[in-house]
Design a protein around this ligand. Structure first.
Ligand code: PLP
Length: 157
Protein backbone atom coordinates (compact mmCIF):
# COMPACT_ATOMS: atom_id res chain seq x y z
CA UNK A 1 0.00 0.00 0.00
CA UNK A 2 1.33 3.46 -0.95
CA UNK A 3 1.69 5.72 2.13
CA UNK A 4 -0.09 9.10 2.05
CA UNK A 5 1.73 12.09 3.53
CA UNK A 6 -0.61 14.08 5.79
CA UNK A 7 1.88 16.26 7.67
CA UNK A 8 1.78 19.35 5.47
CA UNK A 9 1.24 21.64 8.47
CA UNK A 10 4.77 20.75 9.61
CA UNK A 11 6.56 20.38 6.29
CA UNK A 12 5.47 20.52 2.69
CA UNK A 13 7.16 20.14 -0.71
CA UNK A 14 8.51 23.33 -2.22
CA UNK A 15 6.77 24.33 -5.46
CA UNK A 16 9.10 23.50 -8.39
CA UNK A 17 8.95 27.11 -9.61
CA UNK A 18 10.12 28.34 -6.19
CA UNK A 19 12.83 25.65 -5.99
CA UNK A 20 14.03 26.69 -9.47
CA UNK A 21 14.32 30.36 -8.50
CA UNK A 22 16.01 29.48 -5.19
CA UNK A 23 18.55 27.18 -6.84
CA UNK A 24 19.44 29.90 -9.33
CA UNK A 25 19.86 32.50 -6.59
CA UNK A 26 21.79 30.20 -4.25
CA UNK A 27 24.24 29.20 -6.98
CA UNK A 28 24.52 32.49 -8.90
CA UNK A 29 23.64 35.33 -6.47
CA UNK A 30 25.53 34.24 -3.38
CA UNK A 31 26.82 37.68 -2.34
CA UNK A 32 26.38 38.79 1.28
CA UNK A 33 23.43 41.19 1.09
CA UNK A 34 24.89 43.24 3.95
CA UNK A 35 28.07 43.99 2.00
CA UNK A 36 28.53 47.05 -0.17
CA UNK A 37 30.38 45.31 -3.02
CA UNK A 38 28.51 44.63 -6.27
CA UNK A 39 27.77 40.98 -5.35
CA UNK A 40 26.20 42.13 -2.08
CA UNK A 41 24.22 44.96 -3.72
CA UNK A 42 22.90 42.55 -6.31
CA UNK A 43 21.78 40.07 -3.61
CA UNK A 44 20.19 42.90 -1.62
CA UNK A 45 18.19 43.98 -4.66
CA UNK A 46 16.74 40.48 -4.99
CA UNK A 47 15.92 40.26 -1.28
CA UNK A 48 14.25 43.67 -1.30
CA UNK A 49 12.25 42.68 -4.38
CA UNK A 50 11.00 39.57 -2.56
CA UNK A 51 10.28 41.67 0.54
CA UNK A 52 8.19 44.12 -1.52
CA UNK A 53 6.22 41.36 -3.26
CA UNK A 54 5.44 39.50 -0.03
CA UNK A 55 4.51 42.72 1.79
CA UNK A 56 2.11 43.61 -1.04
CA UNK A 57 0.46 40.20 -0.85
CA UNK A 58 0.21 40.36 2.98
CA UNK A 59 -0.99 43.97 2.96
CA UNK A 60 1.80 45.29 5.20
CA UNK A 61 4.81 47.58 4.84
CA UNK A 62 7.99 45.87 3.52
CA UNK A 63 9.91 46.79 6.68
CA UNK A 64 7.21 45.27 8.91
CA UNK A 65 8.18 41.68 8.32
CA UNK A 66 11.35 39.88 9.27
CA UNK A 67 13.30 37.11 7.55
CA UNK A 68 14.21 34.25 9.92
CA UNK A 69 15.89 30.89 9.47
CA UNK A 70 12.87 28.84 10.55
CA UNK A 71 10.00 28.18 12.93
CA UNK A 72 11.79 28.10 16.28
CA UNK A 73 13.63 31.35 15.64
CA UNK A 74 10.38 32.99 14.51
CA UNK A 75 8.54 31.84 17.66
CA UNK A 76 11.36 33.07 19.89
CA UNK A 77 11.63 36.42 18.18
CA UNK A 78 7.88 37.07 18.22
CA UNK A 79 7.20 35.92 21.79
CA UNK A 80 10.27 37.32 23.56
CA UNK A 81 9.93 40.48 21.49
CA UNK A 82 6.22 41.02 22.20
CA UNK A 83 6.64 40.23 25.90
CA UNK A 84 9.58 42.63 26.29
CA UNK A 85 7.84 45.37 24.29
CA UNK A 86 4.76 45.32 26.55
CA UNK A 87 6.27 44.49 29.93
CA UNK A 88 5.50 47.98 31.22
CA UNK A 89 1.78 47.27 30.69
CA UNK A 90 1.75 43.88 32.45
CA UNK A 91 3.26 40.43 32.75
CA UNK A 92 0.34 38.08 32.11
CA UNK A 93 0.55 35.96 28.97
CA UNK A 94 -1.76 33.27 27.60
CA UNK A 95 -1.18 30.21 25.45
CA UNK A 96 -2.56 26.67 25.08
CA UNK A 97 -1.43 23.24 26.23
CA UNK A 98 -0.99 21.99 22.65
CA UNK A 99 1.41 24.57 21.19
CA UNK A 100 4.58 23.43 19.45
CA UNK A 101 7.48 22.90 21.87
CA UNK A 102 9.24 25.91 20.37
CA UNK A 103 6.37 28.03 21.76
CA UNK A 104 5.87 26.13 25.02
CA UNK A 105 9.58 26.27 25.88
CA UNK A 106 9.60 30.02 25.21
CA UNK A 107 6.65 30.45 27.60
CA UNK A 108 8.50 28.36 30.20
CA UNK A 109 11.50 30.69 29.95
CA UNK A 110 9.22 33.74 30.24
CA UNK A 111 7.58 32.14 33.29
CA UNK A 112 11.02 31.76 34.90
CA UNK A 113 11.64 35.44 34.12
CA UNK A 114 8.59 36.38 36.20
CA UNK A 115 5.75 36.42 33.67
CA UNK A 116 2.49 34.81 34.81
CA UNK A 117 1.30 32.24 32.25
CA UNK A 118 -2.20 30.81 31.72
CA UNK A 119 -2.16 27.54 29.75
CA UNK A 120 -5.61 27.03 28.21
CA UNK A 121 -6.91 23.50 27.58
CA UNK A 122 -8.35 22.35 24.23
CA UNK A 123 -11.46 20.28 23.53
CA UNK A 124 -11.52 16.78 21.99
CA UNK A 125 -11.11 18.34 18.49
CA UNK A 126 -8.01 20.22 19.59
CA UNK A 127 -9.77 23.62 19.59
CA UNK A 128 -9.65 26.37 22.21
CA UNK A 129 -12.96 27.67 23.52
CA UNK A 130 -13.21 31.43 22.87
CA UNK A 131 -15.16 31.94 26.11
CA UNK A 132 -12.25 30.40 28.02
CA UNK A 133 -9.85 32.82 26.33
CA UNK A 134 -12.17 35.69 27.32
CA UNK A 135 -12.40 34.41 30.90
CA UNK A 136 -8.59 34.17 31.14
CA UNK A 137 -8.08 37.84 30.20
CA UNK A 138 -6.80 40.10 32.99
CA UNK A 139 -6.03 43.79 33.16
CA UNK A 140 -2.31 42.91 32.93
CA UNK A 141 -2.64 40.49 29.96
CA UNK A 142 -0.20 41.57 27.25
CA UNK A 143 0.03 38.57 24.93
CA UNK A 144 -2.08 35.66 23.67
CA UNK A 145 -0.42 33.01 21.50
CA UNK A 146 -2.65 30.32 19.95
CA UNK A 147 -1.53 28.33 16.92
CA UNK A 148 -3.72 28.74 13.83
CA UNK A 149 -3.33 25.08 12.78
CA UNK A 150 -2.00 22.26 14.95
CA UNK A 151 0.99 20.52 13.40
CA UNK A 152 0.12 17.11 14.91
CA UNK A 153 -3.65 16.70 14.93
CA UNK A 154 -4.48 19.18 12.15
CA UNK A 155 -7.15 21.18 14.04
CA UNK A 156 -7.47 24.66 12.51
CA UNK A 157 -9.54 27.77 13.11
C1 PLP B 1 4.90 26.47 15.50
C2 PLP B 1 6.20 25.82 15.13
N1 PLP B 1 7.35 26.33 15.65
C3 PLP B 1 8.55 25.78 15.35
C4 PLP B 1 8.65 24.69 14.51
C5 PLP B 1 10.02 24.13 14.23
O1 PLP B 1 10.52 24.75 13.12
P1 PLP B 1 12.10 24.78 12.80
O2 PLP B 1 12.54 23.35 12.71
O3 PLP B 1 12.18 25.51 11.48
O4 PLP B 1 12.79 25.52 13.90
C6 PLP B 1 7.49 24.14 13.93
C7 PLP B 1 7.59 22.98 13.03
O5 PLP B 1 6.60 22.39 12.63
C8 PLP B 1 6.25 24.73 14.26
O6 PLP B 1 5.10 24.23 13.74
Amino acid sequence: MKPIYLDHAASTPVHPEVAGVMLKIMTEQFGNASSVHSFGRSAKKIINGARDRIAASLGCFPEEWVFTSGGTESDNLALFGAAAASVVKGKHIITTRIEHHAVLHTFEVLEKEGYSVTYLPVDSSGLVNVDEVRAALRSDTILISVMFANNEVGSAY
